[in-house]
Design a protein around this ligand. Structure first.
Ligand code: FES
Length: 359
């Protein structure tokens, strides 16, 4: 019988199996199903880990769970009727059998870990984006496209930032770097941009997220805005290292020419890339009288004018939610299958005051 219960589960380890995959893993008392899956190196779909995005939804076929929060604001009545749960909010009260859509059983991911990181370099990339490099006490493996949570003692909460450099396909990295956009009113980013100095320390936990490059031979569309450049640059760096041979169109949206960055990195990538590689910057607020000769307008509209066969491509979108959502809607309307569209919405205090925020 499928049953959700509110109340205390019995404090003992349980086993979770994922049907049709042959995967199973133990889940300890007080541990969520998602935490246990990631600890076991299973590529369970996840993004926010706070019950906000719905990415970790799965179907409970057998067993009982206790939910940490009311998930009905993410799961509709039909979802609940079908036995859907959020793995990031579910504690196992019994052994469980789950059905998880989109899980690749052969894909292994690095288990999350916690460490300390000392700031060893800071560099402004634009007026509001700062690159920081940390030296970790304990090197962290990750897949390019994933993120880590950074926290500073004395500032409540943790913020999520994508790794901005490749890891050599999951190797442990001792000096990761991140792009931090200054969010007006955000205490953490205000501290980093205006007070932090080389030598300051941060807590680092990760890796998390499922925004990594999937193996395929199809042409790729990459779309980023603002600090959404970070995971795509990391992903493309690792792919270039592996000598991946796929055509790439990388559309990057910025407000003005002064907001463009990583242009030399894009040139370097293009020179190393084995297929065709095209970087297309698009400016939305560049003054009409400027001498900018490139594209103007919304990056999502401009990308569509470049696509000959969207249904035959894979897409990776990363950046502010309105850009990502608009891009997804346009691609779906043009015939791209939902399963071919990967995305990472960068939420911050101006979009949603949740644990997924990056203020
Ligand atoms: Fe579970 Fe977002 S709701 S990862």
């Amino acid at each position: 019988m499928l049953k959700r219960i509110l109340g205390l589960g019995r404090a003992q380890a349980r086993t979770v199996s994922i049907e049709s995959t042959g995967l199973s893993f133990p889940v300890g008392p007080g541990e969520t199903v998602l935490e246990a899956a990631l600890r076991a190196g299973i590529a369970f779909p996840n993004k926010c880990r706070s019950g906000a995005c719905g990415t970790c939804r799965c179907t409970l076929r057998e067993g009982r769970v206790r939910e940490k929060v009311d998930t009905s604001y993410v799961l509709g009545a039909d979802d609940l009727q079908r036995g859907q749960i959020l793995a990031c909010q579910s504690l196992a009260c019994t052994d469980l059998r789950l059905a998880v859509e989109g899980l690749q059983p052969q894909q292994r991911i690095p288990a999350p870990r916690a460490t300390e990181g000392e700031i060893i370099a800071m560099r402004p990339l634009t007026a509001d984006i700062l690159e920081i490099r940390l030296r970790l006490q304990s090197p962290m493996p990750y897949l390019a496209g994933q993120y880590a949570e950074l926290a500073r003692k004395g500032i409540p909460g943790a913020r999520q930032y994508s790794f901005a450099r490749g890891s050599g396909d999951g190797h442990a990295v001792s000096e990761p770097c991140f792009f931090v956009r200054h969010v007006p009113g955000g205490r953490f980013t205000a501290w980093l941009h205006h007070q932090a100095v080389v030598g300051d320390c941060l807590s680092v936990q990760g890796p998390y997220g499922d925004f990594w490059l999937r193996d395929a031979m199809r042409p790729m569309l990459c779309v980023a805005g603002g600090s959404g450049m970070a995971p795509l640059r990391a992903m493309l760096e690792d792919a270039a290292e592996r000598q991946v041979e796929r055509d790439v169109l990388f559309c990057f949206g910025a407000r003005t020419e002064a907001d463009l960055y990583c242009l030399d990195d894009m040139k370097l990538l293009a020179s190393r890339w084995r297929g065709r590689f095209r970087f297309l910057p698009v400016l939305s607020e560049e003054p009409a009288e400027s001498d900018w000769q490139g594209r103007r307008g919304m990056v999502t509209a401009e990308m569509m004018s470049e696509l000959k066969d969207p249904a035959g491509m894979d897409a990776y979108l990363c950046g502010p939610p309105p850009m990502v959502d608009d891009g997804i809607a346009r691609l779906k309307a043009a015939g791209m299958a939902e399963a071919r569209i990967r995305f990472d919405r960068f939420l911050d205090a101006s979009h949603q005051p949740s644990a997924q925020a990056v203020p």
